[in-house]
Design a protein around this ligand. Structure first.
Ligand code: NDP
Length: 330
């Protein structure tokens, strides 16, 4: 393979602005690391949307190749855990933020950040899952640890038609949960039912001013939205239930009270994917192979090339992306 490869590069322009261009780079341009990967697929997550558009300070080193996830094949390695030809996947660890990321034909990274692509998953499927989907799995694992089992009652997924939400709906339904999907896009109702949602509720039903406690409705929840939505979900969670919070698509605040925690024993579980330890990642991927149907992965995926990344970045921030966007690096 040629040493030259395409990449999306984000550079500082003026004091606060940034410019985005597609460039051709060589291996010498990459940052330090002990493994070089020929990247075949990446993906556009919400955070990538922020990085490419500059709408939030995700990029903390300039210039930067964004892309917080990639899948590919090891080309060379000084790390004993990886050898040329190994199929690998990377999610997070500051890649695409402080270290050159996945929107490029090659990446040089620390082997400690990589995991082997599990059997039964292609690179494109791993990227259809991406950080969004692997975070959804971390949320499901968090609910299981709190003993939120399917027999306890319905679970709610907020931001359901987005990346985290689509994967969470799919996994939870496969596991036998009754899934209530909250979306601001009623036109995606059929899509969400196809992924396994039993009931679709409008986003507005959960975004009003929250009361400390409301009627007990959900055994648990996966929340990608935050703000009043998370506060409402907490106030509607049944006695002893749990909510896994991973996102802020609706805002970073949380206008709630201690009432759900001290009167109903509700648990709020924070979920971070970026620095999650390797063992938890391997567990999450093993479960994704088992609990996420290939047909559902395909149903939630749109494929683009590197030249489509900028438009997809703007669309994901505008809430226009359904499911997951995979970038075929070629
Ligand atoms: P997407 O944009 O794909 O999905 C977000 C969804 O949230 C949208 O599709 C929309 O769903 C809903 N939404 C958007 N804006 C609002 C709003 N103003 N009020 C209520 N709902 C809204 O993003 P991802 O799924 O990739 O990420 C979701 C969130 O999770 C983001 O905040 C992201 O930063 C966070 N995240 C956190 C991770 C972690 O490690 N903690 C890892 C990955 C993501 P609908 O149209 O169905 O209403």
């Amino acid at each position: 393979m040629s040493d030259r490869f395409p990449a999306i590069l984000v550079s500082r322009e003026g004091e606060k602005g940034q410019k985005v261009e597609q460039v051709t780079l060589g291996l010498d341009d990459l940052m330090d690391g002990d493994v070089v990967v020929a990247v075949d697929h990446s993906t556009v997550n919400y955070k990538d949307g922020l990085a490419v558009t500059g709408k939030a300070p995700v990029v903390r080193r300039w210039p930067m190749i964004p892309g917080i996830d990639f899948a590919g094949t090891v080309e060379s390695s000084d790390n004993p855990d990886f050898k040329p030809g190994d199929k690998v996947v990377l999610n997070g660890w500051g890649v695409g933020e402080t270290h050159y990321g996945g929107f490029a034909g090659k990446a040089r990274v620390k082997g400690d950040w990589l995991i082997h692509l599990p059997d039964g998953l292609s690179g494109a499927e791993a990227m259809a899952i991406g950080t969004a989907g692997y975070t959804a799995m971390l949320c499901v694992l968090a609910l299981e640890r709190q003993d939120v089992t399917p027999d306890k009652g319905p679970v709610v997924v907020t931001g359901a038609a987005g990346g985290v939400g689509s994967v969470a709906v799919s996994i939870l339904s496969k596991l036998g949960y009754e899934v209530v999907a909250s979306t601001g896009r009623p036109e995606e109702a059929e899509y969400l039912k196809g992924l396994g949602a039993s009931e679709i509720i409008p986003r507005d039903e959960l975004s009003g001013d929250p009361r400390p406690l409301s009627k007990e409705r959900f055994a648990g929840g996966v929340d990608a939205v935050g703000s009043k939505t998370l506060a409402n979900v907490l106030s509607m969670t049944k006695y002893g239930g749990a909510v896994a919070a991973c996102g802020l698509a609706g805002g970073m605040d949380l206008p709630t009270s201690v009432a759900p925690f001290i009167l109903r024993g509700v648990s709020l579980i924070g979920v971070d994917s970026v620095m999650a330890p390797k063992a938890r990642r391997i567990e999450a991927y093993a479960r994704l192979v088992r609990d996420l149907d290939h047909a559902k992965i395909a149903a939630m995926t749109t494929m683009i090339g590197l030249d489509g990344v900028q438009a997809a970045a703007a669309d994901i921030l505008a809430g226009k992306i359904r499911g997951r966007v995979v970038v075929n690096i070629g």
